[in-house]
Design a protein around this ligand. Structure first.
Ligand SMILES: Nc1ncnc2c1ncn2[C@@H]1O[C@H](COP(=O)(O)OP(=O)(O)O)[C@@H](O)[C@H]1O
Ligand SMILES: [Mg+2]
Length: 278
């Protein structure tokens, strides 16, 4: 975990001078060079091919509540191709979060199969799942779930530190992605010192810092005003064009959903059908 004495920039260094959050340049192991400028988003950069192929087949989920069975998902089918960017709209209560939690291995289905690059994940042991989830899956939730005691930079470093990445490398990557979401000037702010939109951008940076094969977002802008929400969705698409994660975003807002290249609607029983653009 993060050693408080080694925080990138504590409240103040000696004589009130903030410690330099930057390390001296070090080689960072990367699959390919990162696009240097924001204009890379205008022309879709070749994806780095990190995205997973996810094949969901006959996925069902029943909850038992007060002795009564409630079927939320019934034989849901979906194939996500590597690098797909997909939005799912659907009425509240239809099963979007349930579906996402199962896909993210935070919950188990009652029946059915999820193959992740050919590997069945619904039968993995808890220990393997914990490693798999950290390495392969990024999450963004409606409420940011940032750790309140840690700075933006430390929050974004956390998944990399859990993976035992060297601290200096983790810091460089976190610094880099925070810059890409426009928060290079907010590294030492704690979540309570950030606006709602900034908090969600930190959460996005944290989800993307390890370049997950699958990036899942559950109403990531449900808590934000429309303008801020649109900017965040645009950022999802822009960053993902560079990185190539397979991306699935649940949202109740059809206008925001329309930003994603592939659009689906969830209807009763969790069935997924193509959605019209807003
Ligand atoms: N742990 C649970 N136990 C019982 N019912 C649940 C549980 N979680 C969700 N549900 C029910 O499942 C349905 C789908 O919920 P959810 O997936 O959260 O929908 P959405 O995200 O589309 O709004 C709802 O009717 C909800 O009340
Ligand atoms: Mg939900």
């Amino acid at each position: 975990m993060i050693d408080p004495a080694d925080q990138a920039a504590g409240p103040a260094g000696p004589a009130g001078v903030p410690t330099d959050p930057e390390d001296p340049p070090r080689p960072v192991i990367e699959a390919s060079p990162r696009p240097a400028s924001a204009t890379a988003a205008a022309t879709p950069a070749p994806s780095r091919g990190v995205g997973a192929r996810v094949e969901i087949s006959r996925l069902s989920k029943e909850y038992r509540h007060g002795g009564v069975a409630l079927t939320v998902l019934r034989d849901v089918e979906l194939v996500l191709e590597p690098g797909d960017m997909v939005s799912v709209v659907g009425a509240s209560g239809v099963g979007k979060s349930t579906f996402l939690q199962i896909l993210g291995t935070l919950d188990l289905p009652s029946r059915g199969s999820i193959r992740f690059d050919g590997e069945e994940i619904t039968t993995m042991t808890a220990e393997r799942l914990a490693v798999f989830r950290n390495r392969k899956i990024g999450f963004v939730f409606q409420f940011h779930h940032l750790l309140p005691e840690f700075t933006a930079l430390e929050n974004v470093m956390m998944p990399a530190l859990i993976q035992r990445m060297p601290k200096a490398t983790a810091r460089r990557r976190a610094h880099d992605i925070l810059g890409r979401v426009g928060l290079g000037h907010r590294l030492t702010h704690k979540p309570s010192q950030l606006s709602g939109g900034e908090q969600q951008r930190v959460a996005l940076a944290r989800a993307m810092v390890l370049e997950p094969a699958l990036l899942l977002a559950d109403e990531p802008t449900g808590n934000l005003d429309r303008h801020t929400g649109e900017a965040i969705h645009a950022l999802f698409v822009e960053l993902n064009r560079e990185r190539g994660s397979t991306l699935l975003v649940m949202t109740h807002n059809p206008e925001l959903a329309a930003v994603m290249p592939r659009r689906l609607r969830m209807i009763d029983g969790g069935r997924l059908e193509p959605a019209e653009a807003a």
